[in-house]
Design a protein around this ligand. Structure first.
Ligand code: GNR
Ligand code: NI
Length: 169
């Protein structure tokens, strides 16, 4: 088992800006495999390297029902976007908290795959939401940043309380 530990809000390391990936070596492949294992086990539909304290522009996701469509995006960029959609988001770094976030409805993404090959594709719906959520992680942004300061404070208190309860149990 190669599950990685997921950082939780308000850990300041989640605010680190990720650096571009330039080396596509065996260590990178091992990291990607461990990220998939961590994401599927959680379970989650996406995971950014920032969440496992690796500050590289790398994310994995799989929004399919059957969990058989793994995607790896390296040095991803959103080169076009249009429309808006609101989705109730969650985050493995903010466990137990769900809130509506408004994001672009359709995006065009440029990224490298796990071997450094360029890919360019369109995404909409949940896939577009997830990609935008993960790319935010790479620049140190969390979905709770879109909430009002009051709601964010309530989220922090809820997480504190959850952790205290878990520590007592
Ligand atoms: O597992 C996840 N579910 C999810 C649901 C709605 C919007 C975004 C997400 S991503 C999240 C996993 C995660 O925290 N990725 O960073
Ligand atoms: Ni997240």
């Amino acid at each position: 088992m190669n599950r990685l530990q997921i950082l939780e809000y308000p850990d300041p390391r989640l605010r680190t800006k990720a650096q571009p990936v330039s080396v596509f070596d065996a260590a990178l492949q091992t990291l990607i495999d461990a990220m998939f294992e961590t994401m599927y086990a959680a379970p989650g539909i996406g995971l950014a390297a920032s969440q496992v304290n690796v500050h590289k522009q790398l994310l994995v996701l799989d929004v399919s029902e059957e969990k058989d469509q793994p995607m790896v995006l390296i040095n991803p960029k959103i080169v076009a976007s249009e429309g808006s959609q609101t989705y109730q988001e969650g985050c493995l770094s903010v466990p137990g908290v769900f809130a509506d976030v408004e994001r672009a409805d359709r995006i065009v993404v440029e990224a490298l795959d796990r071997h450094g090959k360029a890919q360019n594709f369109e995404a909409d719906g949940l896939l577009a939401v997830c990609i935008q959520h993960e790319i935010d992680h790479l620049v140190g942004k969390l979905f709770v940043d879109y909430l009002s300061p009051l709601k964010r404070e309530l989220v922090r208190k809820k997480l504190d309380k959850q952790r205290r309860a878990a520590a007592e149990a």
